[in-house]
Design a protein around this ligand. Structure first.
Ligand code: FAD
Length: 352
């Protein structure tokens, strides 16, 4: 995989090594769309859930459902494959952990695209049992791969409702600006936090040597989170994501349980959907680590409608991304987006 000009991981074929079997194209959820009827799943069990362990709950993005699944599989010989942020390379990467303690860096959503290849290659080559957590497209591709190889029984797959991943260029340019002269390779990042409670959990913090030097909230218009949530520079495939509703290659799907029912909750609630028999079995064990409240039939039915769909901005996304390459790229691109938003608003008013 190599970074595209827009700053996303894309496959590059080494013509000298390629045997032309076509497997990569057949596995790719974008190049060979998965028929919707094979993706659509019924919710076998749906719960609102939050971890009983208060410390783990505080460190998780929402209710810590993934942590509960890890705890349930820990005694069953599973290893864990999830995403951590690697400051030296300023990027998110899938990594492997043999114990729940070693999997702690996976906690918290990293709002950038992760590199899957080294970790996925390792777990496919061995014969161990693994929990794999990732975006719906990563998990759907991985499902196809393990089906093709006939090794599905070695894996439990978890995905989440996904808002899309922004360009790595946006992150790198933002970091250069926010680090204010510090070496970005020494900067730890966190995109979610509960300092002001879960309802205000889009909290971006940057720290060096454990000293926080930057903290911003989506509610306060923090610029990186603003671009993430407004889908300014998401991967082009995200805008046409087929993995909406219960369309998933995973055994279990998790998400933040935003909305009316828990609007007074400030510690975090996950919404969990077991989508396969294997997922039901695992979630039934994992639920013992949580307080759970069942979803109502109406809530299960509304899943489709609740799923966020990324929309590209009405003004030049491509220019926005190109500007990020310039010196002071984040400031330029951000300025461009503000002008673009104002222009789009003006056009709407004039049309009315
Ligand atoms: C890019 C992105 C977009 C999201 N969009 C939405 C949304 O629109 N609506 C919604 O309800 N929920 C969304 N989520 C999921 C949500 O933020 C929580 O991760 C989810 O509710 C699980 O909560 P938890 O408390 O169990 O998570 P945690 O214990 O914090 O675990 C998060 C898990 O996500 C994995 N992960 C983190 N970052 C990435 C990444 N970049 N790529 C792949 N896997 C990753 C980690 O391995 C970890 O296992 C998104 C997550 C990401 C990473």
């Amino acid at each position: 995989m190599a970074q595209s000009r827009e700053g996303f991981w894309v496959p590059r074929v080494d013509a000298a090594a390629c045997v032309g079997c076509g497997l990569c194209v057949r596995l790719c959820p974008t190049r060979s769309p998965i028929p919707p009827e094979t993706l659509h799943k019924r919710v076998l069990r749906g719960d609102a859930a939050w971890l009983k362990d208060a410390d783990s709950l505080r460190a998780s993005s929402s209710g810590g459902a993934v942590g509960a699944i890890v705890a349930a599989l820990a005694g069953e010989g599973y290893g864990f494959c999830g995403v951590r942020y690697v400051p030296e390379r300023q990027r998110a990467e899938h990594f492997l952990a043999e114990t729940p303690e070693a999997f702690v860096p996976a906690r918290g959503s990293k709002y950038i695209q992760s590199l899957t290849v080294p970790a996925f290659r390792y777990i496919l080559a061995g014969d161990g049992k693994w929990l794999v957590v990732g975006t719906p497209c990563q998990i759907a591709a991985f499902r196809r791969l393990i089906q093709t190889r006939g090794v599905e029984e070695r894996f439990v797959l978890v995905d989440f409702v996904c808002h899309g991943v922004p360009s790595q260029k946006l992150w790198a340019a933002f970091l250069r600006r926010a680090a204010k002269g510090r070496d970005p390779r020494r900067v730890e990042a966190s995109w979610r936090g509960k300092t002001r409670g879960w309802q205000d959990a889009y909290e971006l913090t940057l720290s060096e040597d454990r000293q926080t030097f930057y903290r911003g909230y989506a509610s306060g218009n923090e610029p990186f989170l603003r671009h993430f949530l407004r889908c300014t520079a998401q991967n082009l495939t995200c805008y046409a994501c087929p993995f909406v509703g219960t369309h998933s290659g995973a055994d279990i799907r998790v998400r933040d349980f935003w909305g009316e029912r828990y609007q007074a909750n400030d510690t975090g609630v996950s919404r969990v959907e077991a989508l396969t028999a294997r997922g039901l079995e695992v979630w039934t064990k994992a639920a013992a680590h949580c307080v759970t409240e069942p979803l109502t039939p109406a809530e299960n039915a509304e899943v489709e409608a609740k799923t966020p769909k990324a929309e590209p901005p009405a003004w030049g996304r491509a220019t926005f991304i190109r500007l990020l390459d310039w010196p002071a790229g984040f400031t330029l691109a951000h300025g461009w987006s503000l002008i673009g938003c104002a222009w789009a608003r003006l056009c709407r008013i004039v049309r009315r």
